[in-house]
Design a protein around this ligand. Structure first.
Ligand SMILES: O=C(O)COP(=O)(O)O
Ligand SMILES: [Mg+2]
Length: 227
């Protein structure tokens, strides 16, 4: 049972869930590659590398470009030096701002659990003026573990006042990492289908899915009512 006696916390993934950040991540990867005279990757390639955090992103970039694996540390450092300023091409998905304020107005404590490092996470939330909506923000470098480990999501829920031993709430995300993380945490998972997943919807473990944030407030209410 996932019953909440007060409004349940609702925690969101970030890249591919609240924001379409792949164009900025893609552009920043290519700036770093250009510094090494490496030909650029396509947006589709880089989008497919997002979800597991910056270290995994660059392991995948290195495998795709044939760069030496020893280059990893330098590439990550060069990327991180630019990541917080990479916001010009990033957009909130349609109706995100409205859905967040409806949920906040209804009393749901809101949080973020992302594999994106905390610096760029806070920078992009500030850029869109929505940082203050979130009572807990866990980034990919906030803890030793990353999603799909349950620890970061559990930390987000407990940061919002949930019981640490039996966290209650709902997780909203776009990727295989998120689906597995929600299962590991034993909370319902709402899948946003327009993000960066590579697996067909029917093959992903999820409680319900949606493709428009206009549907989310009702979906959260229904999920909380039946869980
Ligand atoms: O930075 C990433 O690779 C993924 O970020 P996400 O957890 O917000 O999808
Ligand atoms: Mg994501």
């Amino acid at each position: 049972m996932n019953t909440c006696f007060a409004p349940c916390p609702v925690v969101f993934d970030l890249d591919g869930t609240l924001i379409d950040s792949a164009p900025d991540i893609h552009a920043t990867v290519n700036v770093v590659l250009r510094q090494r005279n490496v030909p650029p990757l396509t947006l589709d390639q880089v989008r497919g590398f997002i979800g597991g955090g910056v270290d995994l992103l660059w392991r995948r970039v290195i495998a795709a470009t044939g760069l030496p694996v020893e280059a990893h540390r330098d590439m990550v450092a060069a990327f991180m030096a630019r990541y917080e300023d990479a916001n010009a091409l990033t957009r909130l998905y349609p109706n995100v701002a409205d859905a967040l304020s409806v949920l906040a107005d209804r009393g749901y404590p809101l949080g973020i659990c992302t594999n994106k490092p905390l610096g760029p996470t806070r920078a992009i939330l500030d850029h869109f003026g929505i940082t203050g909506l979130f009572g807990a923000i866990i980034g990919g470098d906030s803890m030793p573990q990353k999603k799909p480990d349950a620890a970061p999501l559990r930390a987000a829920f407990t940061g919002l006042g949930a019981d640490p031993h039996s966290p209650k709430g709902v997780y909203v995300g776009d990727s295989e990492f998120d689906a597995e993380c929600a299962a590991n945490t034993a909370v319902p998972f709402l899948l946003y289908t327009r993000g960066y997943r590579k697996t067909p919807i029917g093959q992903m473990l999820h409680t319900a899915n949606f493709d428009d944030y206009g549907q989310l407030p009702l979906l959260v209410e229904e999920t909380v009512a039946i869980s």
